[in-house]
Design a protein around this ligand. Sequence first.
Ligand code: HEC
Length: 130
Amino acid sequence: MTQHPTTLPAVVLLGAVLGIGASGVVADEIPVYDDGALTYELHIAPLMARHCTSCHGWFFPKGGFRSDSRERLIQGGRTGPGVVPGKPDQGWLMHTITVTEGRYQMPPGTASLPPEDITMIREWILQGAR
Ligand code: HEC
């Protein structure tokens, strides 16, 4: 004990930090499902922030489409629903990231999303877009 006087306080502090994280911050804001489904908060939001939200955020979203919340992704924009949970072949989100030309190719221009990102979004929709 005398050689390591800081061991006990460090363990207690770590427990307190984990305790706060589990009860308040993490568990309440990031839903975790028993079936291990992908979630908007954990898996989709970072992709959207990286590739889409610069043009589809709260300020004058292009095409009326917002990618910064699950509800708005599902709702879609001017042209129709963004996501139909369980049905990746319907809804504009999948359409825009898989077409290779035209005004609805997203992100606009030649560079499309990495294939693993497209697969993740498709899986998320298939699993119910939670
Ligand atoms: C550089 C800006 C820009 C980026 C980045 C961008 N978009 Fe768009 N997006 C647009 C514009 C402009 C339109 C409107 C196109 C039109 O109406 O001709 C649009 C339209 C859309 C629409 C159709 C909305 C509707 O209902 O009419 C969807 C869905 C969409 N974008 C999804 C995405 C997704 C998903 C990403 C990320 C992978 C993305 N966009 C990235 C500019 C952008």
